[in-house]
Design a protein around this ligand. Structure first.
Ligand code: FDA
Length: 302
């Protein structure tokens, strides 16, 4: 079955779109903001915080970037109106980072300003390596005028050591994740291209640096070995539970999400919604070690 799962993870691009949509329901709150609000209310009532992602990545027109920004404004209003325990996560390419960097900064700046007024946090997701420096610069510009913005960093990149050093000086709040994009191995930490567990020591180094510097950090992983190490490190260094949180994706490792919550840790669930579900779902499905089983289940229940 493991071999079959590996084959399916590679062959997933041939799975019909309708089937992908069916499987992706576990990873996506729905197509509309109302769908997302319903799901978030459930999660909040269980004790989870959330971060909301409006699906959509690289865009091809300024009009699309404006539409995405409008949708984020609606999200911020919904958080306020429904009293949701939620932050937002934004992919700068969806606001035109690669189309018009200045315009992207203006749009994101307006979103961050409204969010600040509502006391809502904005996390900038980190995208592929062609965006890394641009996103760090964008973050630095916005963080100089706002306190409610944080940035994701990817432990699979060698450069994250240097990036973290400069970000820690500004006491920026951060999210550390392993990294999801298919990158040239010249950018990656040793052996990360063969085995995701090779990223773990680097991930831990970054978490330890955040703890040392007293920076709030989101520990974004489902890797149980890594989570155990973070808990042990926090315990041994007497790090207060308010200085970090675990972050996980909607529909991934749900029993683990509940277990951490039960242990008294803060757990934030990344909740994506929107019409642009395909690219996001494909990444999640490729990462799912039980992917073949899900495809078979979905096929049988057609
Ligand atoms: P790893 O990939 O080693 O998986 C560990 C274990 O988790 C697997 O063995 C499996 O059991 C389980 N698992 C992981 N994914 C699964 C799935 N889809 N279905 C079922 N089980 C699964 N990346 C990025 O490049 N930029 C970003 O900004 C972000 N932001 C982000 C926010 C949050 C809240 C999370 C949780 C993740 C991200 N990521 C991200 C994605 C991240 O980089 C990474 O690709 C995934 O989290 C999977 O890596 P893990 O750390 O879970 O480890």
């Amino acid at each position: 079955m493991q071999l079959f799962n590996t084959v399916m993870a590679h062959a997933i691009t041939w799975v019909p779109r309708a089937l992908v949509q069916k499987i992706s329901r576990r990873y996506i709150a729905g197509e509309s903001l109302d769908d997302a609000v319903g799901r978030i209310r459930q999660l909040n009532s269980l004790g989870f915080k959330v971060t909301i992602d409006v699906l959509g990545e690289t865009v091809s027109s300024i009009q699309q970037t404006e539409n995405t920004a409008d949708e984020y404004r609606r999200v911020l209003n919904a958080i306020q109106d429904h009293g949701l325990k939620a932050s937002i996560s934004v992919k700068p390419t969806a606001l035109g980072l690669l189309l018009d960097t200045q315009h992207c900064e203006q749009l994101l700046g307006k979103i961050v300003t409204i969010a600040e007024r509502h006391q809502t946090l904005v996390c900038m997701d980190m995208e592929d390596v062609s965006c890394t420096q641009k996103e760090i610069d964008l973050f630095a510009n916005l963080a100089s005028g706002h306190t409610n913005i944080s940035l994701a960093l990817q432990a699979y990149l060698q450069r994250t050591y240097q990036d973290l050093d400069s970000l820690l000086l500004t006491r920026s709040s951060l999210r550390i994740c392993k990294g999801i994009y298919l990158e040239d191995r010249s950018h990656l930490v040793d052996k990360a291209w063969n085995d995701r567990s090779e990223i773990n020591p680097h991930f831990m180094n970054h978490i330890a640096r955040c703890f040392e510097m007293g920076t709030f950090v989101g520990v974004a992983t489902h890797d149980i070995a890594l989570i155990d190490q973070v808990i042990e490190l926090a315990r041994s260094r007497d790090i207060d539970k308010t200085m970090f949180e675990f972050q996980m994706l909607l529909g991934v490792c749900e029993p683990l999400q509940c277990k951490l919550l039960g242990m008294g840790f803060s757990v934030r669930i990344y909740v994506p919604y929107g019409k642009d579900w395909y690219a996001y779902s494909m990444r999640r499905m490729k990462e799912n070690p039980q992917i073949a089983g899900y495809i078979l289940q979905a096929l049988m229940s057609r």
